[in-house]
Design a protein around this ligand. Structure first.
Ligand code: BGC
Length: 367
């Protein structure tokens, strides 16, 4: 662990910060080319503090796991403090509920809709209606696919989130050293209807693939060996129980006479299921150490698991940073200013002007 930090901190000092963020706890300095990043943004022209006039609808997929409850409430509080009024809805992870809630917000007369879709592929019809009502639409954290109604997208760079996870596995197992040996690993991906899932997987697999190809990392199940095979290891609804069930099967089928050394897991809800499965199979006991296990979101239960050595790391996406960027976007768009972007995403309909923030990770040394 100490070695990873030494390497990261050293490279950070040698090359300087990779982002324009102001108060990072830690920065990563991975040299991962993100195909989505198009240009360096110019400094914001938005005033401080930002004032926002108008009625803002916030449509968030759920409030019972992940970053969502915090995201929704922080957005609401920040907008209200800036002078706007807010209708915040959580959709209970149900796409039909989300569609209905957005319909209601349109009728209510919102000026702006901030939306993180439950299902990235099923909001086209309702967003068309929102566009017809001249509502400014900003996709938040998750991109809405297949619609030209989205004006802007604000998120963390999801490929970098995945790359942090992949690099953590490489560094923890010492795979770049000369005496690298061979290690067993299994890989998981997020929900198939969440555009982020593929990006997390790609970011991680770009780092891990060379080691898989050379046989340094061995996926004994053979499942999800390549970047395009992510749907084979995708977990519907990002559900903890589904991850436990799959991990149980993997352990029973492939790891009865050998321990598993590493698990690529895209987020904390899935990591909790994997930890439950590992514990049930006796990991954590003498001669059966917990494997390297990645996560994302920094949920409190997962931080506990990191402290106890059951999970290795989690990617942190500071809600305040995303909310502040959303506020700048709204202000710039509503005041007719040029909206700053630093990336563009094709959502299978248009290139959506986007702003990506850079995530970081924490582990037992830094939580
Ligand atoms: C978010 C992750 C989250 C996952 C499940 C993704 O779209 O980017 O932070 O863990 O959804 O809620």
């Amino acid at each position: 662990m100490k070695k990873i930090w030494a390497v990261l901190l050293l490279s950070l000092f040698l090359t300087g910060c990779v982002t324009n963020q102001e108060d990072p706890v830690f920065e990563n300095d991975l040299k991962i080319p993100s195909p989505t990043v198009a240009s360096t943004p110019t400094p914001s022209t938005a005033p401080t503090p930002i004032r926002i006039e108008g009625h803002i609808g916030i449509s968030i997929p759920l409030d019972f796991m992940g970053p969502w409850e915090g995201n929704g409430n922080t957005l609401k509080g920040t907008i209200e403090k800036a002078g706007g009024t807010v209708d915040l809805r959580f959709a209970d992870n149900n796409s039909a509920t989300q569609e209905k809630q957005i319909e209601e917000m349109i009728l209510e007369g919102i000026d702006v809709l901030i939306v993180a879709p439950v299902d990235g592929y099923s909001l086209s019809a309702v967003l068309k209606k929102a566009k017809e009502a001249s509502i400014l639409i900003i996709a938040f954290d998750r991109l809405v696919m297949g619609t030209d109604a989205i004006d802007y997208y604000v998120a963390f760079d999801n490929e970098i989130a995945g790359a942090l996870q992949g690099q953590y596995i490489v560094d923890s197992l010492g795979l770049t050293g000369e005496d690298r040996g061979s290690y067993t690993m299994e890989v998981f991906a997020g929900a198939p209807n969440d555009n982020n899932s593929q990006l997390f997987f790609k970011g991680a697999m770009d780092v891990l693939s060379p080691y898989i190809k050379s046989g340094t990392l061995v996926i004994k199940s053979g499942q999800g060996q390549t970047e395009d095979a992510w749907k084979k290891v995708a977990m519907t609804g990002w559900e903890t129980d589904k991850a436990k069930i799959r991990m149980d099967k993997l352990l029973k089928s492939y790891y009865t006479d050998e321990n598993i050394d590493a698990i690529l897991c895209p987020n904390d809800s899935l990591a909790r299921g994997i930890v439950a499965s590992l514990e049930a199979a006796g990991y954590g006991a003498e001669g059966k150490p917990f494997p390297i296990l990645t996560g994302q979101d920094g949920e409190s239960e997962n931080i506990e698991n990191i402290i106890e050595g059951k999970q290795s790391m989690t990617v942190i996406k500071d809600t305040k940073r995303l909310v502040d960027r959303t506020m700048i976007m709204i202000w710039q768009a509503l005041s007719g200013d040029r909206v700053e972007t630093n990336a563009g995403f094709n959502n299978d309909a248009i290139d959506v002007p986007s702003y990506l923030e850079i995530p970081i990770f924490v582990d037992a040394n830094s939580y």
